[in-house]
Design a binder for this molecule. Structure first.
Ligand code: ADP
Length: 654
C-alpha cells in the first residue's frame, strides 16, 4: 500500500512570530513545554470521555484513557540518532482537516494575548511565559524536530502524520498504517535540551506542573501523578500544602492562594466546590477577559474549562472547580445556562463566596483589607447584582474623613455606628485624592460640625452610591448637594474666630454685590448667593437640589462632547477677607474692573478644582496679571517700610 503524497504548508505569520520568540528568547522556562503537551493530551482525553458519555460510537472504544511518556536516548529519526521524548495519549486525536486548522493557526486567545503583552509592555517572555498557556508551539523551545502521528476517534478517519522543524513550514500526509486512537508526539531534542531525556527530570516536571491531571500519566511504564479529585475529598483529609499545590496547578500562579473555600453541599442539590482567591489580582485581567471562570465537572468528568456562568463577573477573580452530582453527564455547554440545577449551583456558589468574605471581614479584618486592595476594583462592579445588594453593601469599603490616612478603610456599618444621634444620611465627597477632597470647600461645614464624610476616589464609587441610593435606612448624600440649613441641628465643634456680622447697610450692599457678580458671570451660573456653609473659603459652586454631581458632569462630558454641564449656583462667603475687601471696592465704585476679575477668577478656580475647567488660558493670564499688580503693591509696601526704617534710623542719628 502506498501512502498519500506529502504536502507542505507554511505557518501563519503570527505563529512564525511566536516561534521566533519561543526559540530565541526563552531559556529559563523551557520545561513548561511538557505542561502544555500534557494539558493538550488531557483535554483530548476529556473530549473523548465526553463523546463516550454521549453514547457516540468511538474508534477502539475500550482503549484505556491515559497518557504515556517514553524517553529514548538513541532513537533513529530522519536518518540521525538523537535523544527523543515521546508523549502519547488515547484522546480524540485529529483528522487531517483538524490538524491543519488546530495546529496551523493560533486558536487560543491566551497565545495572542501573550504576544500582545510582549509587544505592548516592557516585559520579557521569560518573565511571563509561565502564566500563559502558550500551547503546542512551546515544544520548539526544546525540539529540533517534531513528528505528530494522530488517529481521530471517528470511525472512518485516516491516520495523519505531521512533521516540522519549527522554522516556518510543516509537512503533512495521510498514512495507511493502522494507528491506535489518539495522538503521539515525538520530540527530537535540541543539543542543549538533553536534560529532557532524563527520567528524574521529567518526573519532577510532571510532579510540579501536572500532578493533578485527572488521567494517569505513565513515564516509562510507571505511574507518576497522584490523580485525586481533591475537591471530592473531605476537608479534614487535605493539608494546606495540597490545597496550595492544586491551586498552582490550576492557575499557573507561582504564589500560594490568599483564601481557600472548600465546600460540600448536599441539599437540595449535591455538589462539591473548591474555590480560591489569589493573593494578587490578575495583572492581565482587563485585557485578557476570556481567561476567567471555574472548571465544571459532573461526577469527576470535566464538562467545561473556565465556565463563565457559575459566578457573576464581579467575582471573576475567584478560581477553582465545581463538581456536580445531579447534572446529566451529556449536558451540552450551550444548554447549561438554562438548566435549573446549574443555576441553583451558581446561586449557591455566589453566596458561598459572599458569605466567606463577610466572615473574613469580621474575623480577620486585616486579611480582608488585603483582599479589598487587590480585588476591590473588580468586586465593586457587583453593585449591579441586585439579588445580593445587602451583602454587597456590607462588603464594600471606602476611605473616610474619620480615617487617619488614605490607606485606612471604612465599612458602611462602621460609618453608621459613628453617626451623630440625629443623622439620617451618609455623606460622601468625590475627588481624585484625599488631599484634593480635603481642600474641597463643601467639606468645611462637615468638618465644622464633626460629621463623617466618605471619600470616593474611584469613578465607580459614585456610580455605586447613586445607583444603590441607600444603605439600610440611610440615604447616600453628596456634600455638594446638602442644604446647609439641614445641618443646623448639628452643633459646631470648632472655635471659630468671631467675625463681625455685616451691618444692616452692608447687608444691602452685599446683596447688590451678589447681583453684580451674577451679571458678570451671566449664563455661566444659575445664580450667585450668600453661602452658609463656608468657613475658610471665599466661594464655591453647588449643584441645584437633585442636580448632577460635578464628577457625573465630568464623566458625561468625557463620553459626550455635546454635553453641556449643568449650571451651578455660586455661593459667596460674606465673612471672608477677600469678599469684605471686594465689598469696600464695590461701595466705592460698583463698576470697578477688579470686581469682575476677582469674580471670574473665583468661578474658574472652583471649576478647576472640580476638574471641569475646559480652558485654563484665561485663568492663568488673569492670575499672572493679578500677580504682577500684587508684586508692584508689595514692592511699594516694601519700599515704604524701607524708607520708614531709614528715616527712623536717621531720626535717631539726629
Ligand atoms: P490550545 O490547546 O491552547 O487550544 P494548542 O496550540 O496547544 O492550543 O493546541 C491547538 C489545538 O490543537 C488544540 O485546541 C486541540 O484542538 C489540538 N490538539 C493539540 N494537542 C492535541 C492532542 N494531543 N490531541 C488532540 N488534539 C490536540
Amino acid at each position: 500500500m502506498s501512502s498519500s503524497t506529502t504536502e507542505k504548508f507554511e505557518f501563519k505569520a503570527e505563529i512564525k512570530q511566536l516561534l521566533d520568540i519561543l526559540v530565541h528568547s526563552l531559556y529559563t522556562s523551557r520545561e513548561i513545554f511538557l505542561r502544555e503537551l500534557i494539558s493538550n493530551s488531557s483535554d483530548a482525553l476529556d473530549k473523548l470521555r465526553f463523546q463516550l458519555n454521549k453514547g457516540t460510537e468511538v474508534y477502539q472504544k475500550d482503549l484505556p484513557l491515559e497518557i504515556r511518556i517514553s524517553l529514548d536516548k538513541d532513537k533513529p529519526q530522519s536518518g540521525e540518532y538523537s535523544k527523543t521524548i515521546t508523549i502519547s495519549d488515547t484522546g480524540i486525536g485529529m483528522t487531517k482537516e483538524e490538524i491543519i486548522s488546530n495546529i496551523g493557526t493560533i486558536a487560543k486567545s491566551g497565545t495572542s494575548e501573550f504576544l500582545k503583552m510582549l509587544k505592548e509592555n516592557n516585559v520579557t517572555a521569560n518573565n511571563i511565559i509561565g502564566k500563559f498557556g502558550v500551547g503546542f508551539y512551546s515544544v520548539f523551545m526544546v525540539a529540533k524536530e517534531v513528528i505528530i502521528k494522530t488517529r481521530s476517534y471517528r470511525l472512518d478517519a485516516k491516520a495523519v502524520e505531521w512533521k516540522s522543524d519549527g522554522l516556518g513550514e510543516y509537512e503533512l500526509k495521510e498514512i495507511d498504517e493502522e494507528l491506535p486512537r489518539g495522538t503521539k508526539i515525538e520530540i527530537k531534542l535540541k543539543d542543549d535540551a538533553h536534560e529532557f531525556c532524563e527520567k528524574y527530570r521529567i518526573e519532577s516536571i510532571i510532579k510540579k506542573h501536572s500532578n493533578f491531571i485527572s488521567f494517569p500519566i505513565y513515564l516509562e511504564n510507571e505511574k507518576i501523578n497522584t490523580i485525586s479529585a481533591i475537591w471530592r475529598e473531605p476537608k479534614s483529609s487535605i493539608s494546606q500544602n495540597q490545597y496550595n499545590e492544586f491551586y498552582k496547578f490550576l492557575t499557573y500562579d507561582n504564589e500560594d492562594p490568599l483564601f481557600v473555600i472548600h465546600k460540600s453541599v448536599d441539599a437540595p442539590i449535591q455538589f462539591n466546590s473548591l474555590l480560591f482567591i489569589p493573593k494578587k489580582s490578575d495583572e492581565f485581567f482587563w485585557f485578557d477577559r476570556e481567561n476567567y471562570g471555574l472548571d465544571l465537572y459532573v461526577r469527576r468528568v470535566l464538562i467545561q474549562h473556565k465556565n463563565k456562568d457559575l459566578l457573576p463577573e464581579y467575582l471573576s477573580f475567584v478560581k477553582g472547580v465545581v463538581d456536580s452530582e445531579d447534572l446529566p453527564l451529556n449536558i451540552s455547554r450551550e444548554t447549561l445556562q438554562e438548566n435549573v440545577i446549574f443555576s441553583k449551583i451558581s446561586q449557591n456558589i455566589t453566596s458561598q463566596v459572599l458569605n466567606f468574605l463577610a466572615e473574613t471581614s469580621k474575623n480577620s479584618p486585616s486579611e480582608y483589607v488585603t483582599f479589598w486592595k487587590e480585588h476591590g476594583k473588580i468586586f465593586k462592579l457587583g453593585y449591579t447584582d441586585f439579588s445580593n445588594t445587602d451583602k454587597f453593601l456590607e462588603l464594600i469599603r471606602f476611605n473616610s474623613s474619620f480615617n487617619q490616612n488614605k490607606d485606612e478603610l471604612t465599612s458602611l456599618a462602621e460609618y453608621v455606628s459613628r453617626m451623630k444621634a440625629e443623622q439620617k444620611e451618609i455623606y460622601y465627597a468625590v475627588g481624585q485624592s484625599r488631599e484634593g477632597i480635603e481642600l474641597d470647600p463643601h467639606l468645611e461645614l462637615f468638618k465644622d460640625k464633626g460629621l463623617e464624610v466618605l471619600y470616593l476616589y474611584d469613578p465607580v464609587d459614585e456610580i455605586i452610591v447613586t445607583s444603590l441610593r441607600k444603605y439600610k435606612d440611610y440615604e447616600f448624600k453628596s456634600v455638594e448637594s446638602v442644604e446647609p440649613a439641614k445641618l443646623e441641628k448639628f452643633e459646631s465643634q470648632t472655635d471659630k474666630e468671631k467675625i463681625e456680622e455685616l451691618s444692616g447697610d452692608d447687608k444691602m450692599h452685599f446683596s447688590s454685590l451678589l447681583t453684580k457678580m451674577k451679571k458678570i458671570l451671566g449664563d455661566k451660573v444659575e445664580d450667585v448667593k450668600q453661602s452658609y456653609r463656608l468657613t475658610t473659603s471665599a466661594s464655591c459652586l453647588v449643584s441645584k437640589d437633585g442636580g448632577l454631581s460635578s464628577t457625573m458632569n465630568k464623566i458625561l462630558r468625557m463620553t459626550n462632547k455635546e454635553f453641556n454641564p449643568q449650571k451651578k449656583i455660586m455661593e459667596v462667603n460674606p465673612n471672608h477677607k477677600l469678599i469684605r475687601n471686594l465689598l469696600k471696592l464695590f461701595k466705592n465704585n460698583s463698576d470697578d474692573k477688579f470686581i469682575a476679575d476677582v469674580t471670574e477668577q473665583l468661578y474658574e478656580s472652583a471649576l478647576l478644582l472640580e476638574g471641569n475647567l475646559d480652558d485654563p488660558h484665561k485663568l492663568v493670564t488673569r492670575l499672572n496679571k493679578m500677580l504682577e499688580q500684587a508684586s508692584e503693591w508689595y514692592l511699594e509696601l516694601h519700599q515704604v517700610s524701607q524708607s520708614n526704617h531709614n528715616m527712623s534710623q536717621g531720626e535717631k542719628l539726629n
